[in-house]
Design a protein around this ligand. Structure first.
Ligand code: T4K
Length: 413
């Protein structure tokens, strides 16, 4: 039987030999580190992470930065920044694309741009990254968590309807893992109940529904351009909107509300992206299609790995949707599969495979949201069930055949 390096290193005889070698080699006297090595052997292969950033050629980056160095315009809507906004408009097929220092700053500015009433409630999903809920609270509004749909794991329009109070003024849907929200359903509720609608599209870069960019739905869409995202600028964020008035407010809020040297129109923050980050974006954008193709192939491989296995399912297939290929969430039913998500997560980890339990714990479980004053939760039975079942597998072009074999072997036990 083929043994993993972890299993070999765990064998008592091997550990005894290792201790002896360390003690007699003279290279290292047994200390805290070597003792730890003996007690907790690590896998020899380099770790396999859930995400791996695409990176441009360093010499190309240098070339771009030479211009920046010569002009010394390094930030504040510089030429590379503006060029990237134009290129993103074309790539995404949107009329407005505004860059930010991070996805979180972009979310904060998007929420601020709506000009909601003090103390307003914003309904969102608890099954998301901390940033979604935090952006709401940071702006002084109250996050209200509602349940998700069982199949898509995105905000359920019916649950939103139930969660609406006389203080509700907006909804934030999240295209979680890259699965699109029920956009029509959410738009319908928001139109009928006169609510603003933001989409947190951090996982949905480049995604389309029936040929329309995901960045064109709702009032505003917000993307993360963090290193862990398919397209990234190391750190960064992006807002798209079809509403020119909102676009202008968003641009002002990003730059302290400054309209001109003599005029400050609104309360704003520093949410700007630097030229260095924009340069990375300009060089990464042409690399995105190849990364998408590699991930699409990997998705097929993972799909066939779990096909016909009771208790395992993956992301919902949505007709007419061009996937962003951001994550590969595996959903594990412990009763049917016979093992829990956490059991598999730990075993992966022991083999140097760092899958992630996004998004556990869910936002409604966070300490700052335990008080009714800060947030409220409607019944969230689907989230309560699903939060212990999702495991995002390593999903990028660095995942190779031997990794997949390893993953498959662990899943087959
Ligand atoms: N809304 C949603 C729905 C989001 O998911 C996010 C961010 C946001 C809003 C806010 O956007 P930003 O303000 O972040 O732009 C990561 C990211 O930091 C975060 O951007 C992302 N969502 C979240 C889902 O994932 P962690 O705590 O899981 O990151 P970390 O450092 O553990 O990275 C995951 C793995 O990626 C590492 O194990 C190794 C690999 N990695 C990571 C980094 C940073 C690399 O290979 N290279 C790197 O430089 O949050």
């Amino acid at each position: 039987m083929k043994q993993t390096c972890w299993q070999i290193l765990k064998r008592p005889l091997y550990q005894k030999k290792l201790r002896f070698v360390i003690a007699t080699s003279g290279l290292a006297r047994p200390n805290k580190t070597t003792t730890l090595l003996v007690q907790r052997p690590i896998c020899m292969e380099s770790p396999l992470y859930v995400a791996r950033p695409i990176l441009p050629d360093l010499s190309q980056l240098n070339e771009l930065l030479e211009d920046v160095w010569s002009t010394r315009i390094v930030t504040n809507e510089g030429p590379l920044h503006n060029r990237l906004e134009e290129e993103l408009k074309a790539y995404l097929g949107v009329p407005v694309a505004k860059l930010f220092a991070s996805g979180t700053t972009a979310l904060i500015c998007a929420i601020r741009s709506l000009g909601l009433t003090e103390g307003a409630e914003i309904i969102t999903t608890p099954l998301t990254f901390a940033a979604t809920a935090h952006a709401i609270a940071f702006c002084g509004y109250k996050p209200v968590f509602a349940d998700v749909c069982e199949q898509s794991l995105t905000l359920d329009p019916a649950a939103v309807e139930t969660a609406i109070s006389d203080r509700t003024e907006a909804v934030i849907g999240v295209h979680v893992y890259g699965t699109l929200c029920d956009v029509t359903g959410l738009q319908d509720v928001c139109r009928r109940r006169n609510l603003r609608l933001i989409f947190d599209a951090a996982h949905a870069f480049g995604s389309q529904k029936d040929g329309t960019s995901v960045g064109m739905v709702g009032d505003i869409s917000v993307f993360s351009l963090h290193a862990t995202k398919l397209f990234h600028t190391l750190e960064g964020g992006l807002i798209t909107t079809g509403n020119p008035q909102l676009a202008e407010s968003i641009r002002l809020i990003r730059n302290f509300g400054i309209a001109s040297e003599e005029q400050v129109d609104m309360v704003g923050i520093n949410g700007k992206m630097s030229e260095l980050h924009a340069a990375i974006g300009l060089l990464n954008l042409p690399l995105v299609e190849a990364e998408i193709a590699a991930r699409a192939k990997l998705r097929q491989t993972y799909d066939s790995m779990i096909a016909g296995r009771p208790g395992l399912r993956s992301q919902l297939t949505q007709p007419g949707v061009k996937l962003s290929e951001q994550y590969y969430p595996l959903i594990i039913d412990p009763e049917e599969f016979g093992r829990t998500r956490d059991d598999i997560y730990e075993e992966f980890k022991a083999h140097g495979i760092y899958a992630r339990r996004y998004f556990w714990p869910v936002c409604s479980d966070f300490a700052p949201y335990q008080s009714e004053k800060v947030h409220s939760v409607q019944a969230i039975p689907v989230v309560d069930k699903i939060k212990d079942r999702v495991l995002c597998l390593p999903f990028h072009s660095g995942v190779k055949v031997n990794h997949i074999e390893n993953i498959s072997n662990i899943m087959s036990k």
